[in-house]
Design a protein around this ligand. Structure first.
Ligand code: CS2
Length: 498
């Protein structure tokens, strides 16, 4: 097949080659506004919704995708030129590829170009859900105070320029204000980010902002907006140039930004949608009363597991997660972390076999076809550690439990923040707090504890004797002996100890 640009006009030409949307996209209205149209949204919510839209009687649940940030121009342009269409490529366990063109994103908007258009869209009566993937850092939460961070210059900007906001808080506030002024119904704001109690977090952060910026809107939001918590899961690496050219070569699809992902997917959601919702349960999502145990399990085993593999693997010079996961010493270290430090603090997991969940995670991490980038996993670790790793540490400390592995990974992160791997190669660190991390990492060379003094990440953790001692000891050990030797020793001691 000849290379053809992916768009509405050419869509049926791909039939037979890959699965294509079989519903009439012209009839589908956007009942969902989704902010953050990166890989994860497109491998997850947009796919579930695409599957649902194949039921021709469902026409009100298309997605309007919003690119919120300045640097989202690229994805906006790609999707706009393709009429919202893109290819989802599932890398199966045997290395084969299952491809499907997704049609659920029926509209795309670029917020920096026309903020009012996005606000109007969010306020429009047919929109019932505003869903978000704005990353862990996007919630503007300060670990040290436990509160909304009003020091963020972008937040200050939004307070002063209400019609031209830059953050999600400015957008949501103005949209909800319009809904109230126009006597319209409220809507659901649904977080799809990896945060414990992501709905509660969204609600708390939004209300903090609104209390300050538009205080008279608070009680309306409390009555008219719901914030369900949800656990979301599907490993979705960054799309590589090779993925794009493979798609062209093998299926003739010229797609500027396809999405690649693993076969596994899971979505567990609290059923709290004030303005109605799609029947996602018909396409594999689970609706439950309380999602907390599932969230904890996923964040503290999968996401934390990723960070463990990412940080240790980066220092050892690996590029992808499967390489780290298939290194026997890292693998044994991670299993011990999961079994000794995380599993004991997880509870209420009715119907879940934790041991087989852990085994399945190790298989997913080790999948050699996924090639998830260590750089992606280590990016924004300053926002990830407090959510993925530190809740386990704090829970363990409360019961005088084990923190050795978590302290070791934190110490490895301090060494990582110096900017070089153990072979002397520069690390590609992407983190909003990169310069603070580096400054503290340098200070740690003299006194390791300095790294733990970053309160917006670690809170008061430096005051915990067991943790700071384990951290200091691990830091010195890593600098002296390198990660692999240290973990070999930890693994051996563990075996002897057991
Ligand atoms: C990863 C997640 O960003 C990360 O550090 O752990 O993106 C992870 O791949 C997804 O949450 C999987 O569901």
């Amino acid at each position: 097949m000849k290379n053809l640009k992916l768009n509405n006009q050419n869509l049926t030409r791909f039939e037979g080659e890959v699965a294509i949307p079989k519903y009439n996209r012209d009839n589908v209205k956007a009942g969902i506004v989704h902010v953050g149209i990166g890989g994860f949204h497109r491998s997850h919510e947009a796919l579930y919704t695409d599957q649902l839209l194949h039921n021709e009687s469902i026409k009100d649940w298309g997605i309007c995708g919003v690119a919120l940030l300045d640097f989202d121009t690229k994805i906006y342009n790609a999707l706009k030129e393709q009429d919202g269409l893109y290819t989802l490529v599932v890398k199966e366990l045997d290395g084969s590829l299952t491809k499907r063109i997704i049609g659920s994103i029926v509209e795309v908007l670029y917020a920096p170009e026309n903020p009012m258009k996005v606000i109007e869209k969010m306020a429009s009566p047919e929109v019932k859900i505003i869903s978000l993937t704005i990353t862990e850092g996007g919630y503007n939460y300060d670990e040290a105070t436990g509160e909304f961070n009003f020091e963020n210059p972008l937040i200050k900007h939004d307070i002063e320029h209400k019609q031209t906001p830059k953050t999600i808080f400015g957008y949501l506030t103005q949209a909800l204000k319009l809904r109230k002024e126009r006597g319209l119904k409220g809507c659901t704001i649904q977080s799809c980010d990896n945060i414990q109690g992501n709905g509660h977090m969204t609600e708390k952060m939004l209300l903090s902002y609104v209390k300050f910026a538009e205080p008279e809107l608070v009680s309306w939001i409390e009555k008219n907006v719901s914030f369900p918590n949800a656990m979301v899961d599907r490993i979705t690496p960054a799309t590589s140039a090779v993925d794009i050219s493979n798609l062209k070569e093998t299926s003739g699809i010229d797609d500027a930004w396809p999405v690649v992902c693993e076969p596994f997917k899971q979505w567990v959601i609290e059923d709290d949608f004030i303005a109605g919702r799609p029947t996602w349960e018909n396409v594999g999502a689970q609706f439950v009363e309380n999602v907390e145990p599932y969230e904890k399990m996923k964040l503290q085993l999968l996401n934390a597991g990723h960070s463990v593999l990412g940080i240790l693997g980066a220092l050892m010079g690996y590029d992808t997660i499967d390489e780290a996961a298939n290194n026997p010493s890292i693998n044994a270290f991670l299993r011990a972390y999961m079994g000794r430090e995380v599993a004991p603090i997880l509870n209420n997991l009715k119907g879940v076999d934790l041991e087989s969940y852990e085994v399945s995670l190790l298989q997913r991490f080790g999948n050699i076809y996924i090639k998830d980038q260590i750089d992606r996993i280590c990016s924004e670790s300053s926002a990830k550690f407090p959510i993925f790793i530190l809740p386990t540490v704090n829970a363990q400390l409360k019961s005088n439990g084990n923190v050795e592995h978590a302290a070791f990974v934190t110490a490895a992160w301090a060494v990582y923040s110096l900017g070089k791997d153990e072979k002397g190669k520069a690390l590609n660190i992407k983190d909003a707090m990169k310069s603070v991390l580096n400054e503290k990492a340098i200070a740690s060379k003299v006194a390791p504890i300095e790294f733990l003094k970053i309160e917006s990440i670690f809170g008061k953790l430096k005051d915990s004797k067991p943790f700071s001692e384990a951290f200091t000891c691990a830091y010195k050990d890593i600098v002296k002996n390198g990660v692999e030797k240290c973990i070999l020793e930890i693994n051996t001691n563990r075996v002897n100890f057991i």
